[in-house]
Design a protein around this ligand. Structure first.
Ligand code: UDP
Ligand code: MG
Length: 314
């Protein structure tokens, strides 16, 4: 049996050696399994690539695929899945937040045959800023309400999957990728393994609050058309309100002979409706811009350097 590990790395020179040592330790304990370590260098600006090349010199299990620029973690994971050949494939961060020591237990669960994938879920958000936790919770609530794909609160990308599931994910070739949604969308039986949140060993997180915010909006528009329904609903609501108002003004004019009044309120109403219209056009625009990107069918990533023969490009 062969296990492929997909590891997206972006400026991870500090944590990579620690991570690799731990991987070597864990893999030596799992003698019955062959390993393939696919490090995806996502256009790092530090020594990440040369560190990976050093690993590869002494260890033929290490394969690296270096992108021509930073394409983002989603593209890096996709490149890893497209190039993984193992019976089982795991995706994990290079910063030790996804502890390799959990692998033996995850493999055991897959071996039992009952599940197709083992995913991890952190039970605490210890060590995370309070505001970030709050917004993260809100995001999961909204996401689960508006989309029919299950996105588990606290779910990490760290998971081990059988070949069938990886193939299904590779077949989903959309440019706007949101893995948490994709994992849920393809289905398959998933075992959720809870664990305590671990902080990254070295280096800094690549996710600013703004980047996370954009990512979450992307997640919602990728897996739900509810925002579009909200704009249709607002259209109907305001039409009804205007009907009621028309009757009101009409009756008032007939009964009190007082038709011309309320210029300020009229301006407020016009501005309000104008705002709502722009907001709705914006929502439609979000979807159209996604369609625009999808129709271009640009490659997901561009490989600049690799030690893998016949690297799959998508
Ligand atoms: N990563 C990547 N490309 C990016 C940003 C991040 O490949 O543009 C990798 C990064 O090297 C790490 C993983 O994705 O292995 C998770 O990133 P990070 O630890 O910064 O995110 P967090 O754990 O804070 O959510
Ligand atoms: Mg991390």
């Amino acid at each position: 049996m062969k296990i492929s590990l997909v590891i997206p790395c972006y400026n991870e020179e500090e944590s990579l050696p620690i991570f690799y040592d731990e991987l070597k330790r864990v893999s030596s304990e799992m003698e019955n399994y062959e390993f393939e370590m696919l490090f995806i260098d996502d256009g790092s600006k530090d020594k990440t690539l040369s560190i990976l090349q050093d690993f590869a010199k002494d260890d033929e299990r290490v394969k690296y695929i270096a992108f021509s620029r930073n394409f983002g973690k989603e593209a890096a994971m996709y490149a890893g899945f497209c190039n993984s050949t193992g019976d089982y494939t795991a995706v994990m961060d290079a910063d030790m937040q996804d502890p390799p020591s959990l692998l033996p237990e995850m493999v055991k669960i897959l071996e039992s045959g009952e599940y197709d994938s083992v995913a991890t879920r952190r039970v605490t958000r210890k060590g995370e800023p309070k505001v970030r936790s709050f917004f993260a919770r809100m995001f999961y609530k909204i996401m689960n309400k508006v989309s029919d794909t299950d996105v588990v609160d606290g779910a990490r990308d760290f998971r081990l999957m059988k070949r069938e599931m990886v193939d299904a994910i590779v077949d989903m070739c959309e440019s706007n990728r949101f893995s948490k949604g994709i994992f849920g969308w393809v289905g398959f039986k998933t075992y959720w393994m809870p664990y305590e949140n671990v902080e990254r060993v070295a280096g800094k997180t690549k996710w600013s609050f703004w980047k996370l915010f954009k990512y979450s909006i992307n997640g919602i528009t990728n897996f739900s058309s509810t925002p579009l329904k909200i704009s249709s609903f607002m259209g109907i609501l305001f039409t009804l309100i205007s009907l009621v108002m028309t009757v009101f003004v009409f009756v008032r004019a007939l009964v009190y002979q007082d038709p011309v009044q309320g210029w300020p309120s009229l301006v407020c109403i016009i501005l309000f409706i104008g705002g709502v219209q722009l907001f709705c056009i914006g929502i439609i625009g979000q979807y159209i811009s996604k369609m625009y990107i999808e129709t271009k069918k640009r490659p997901h990533y561009i490989v600049a350097k690799t030690n893998k023969e016949d690297v799959v490009k998508k």
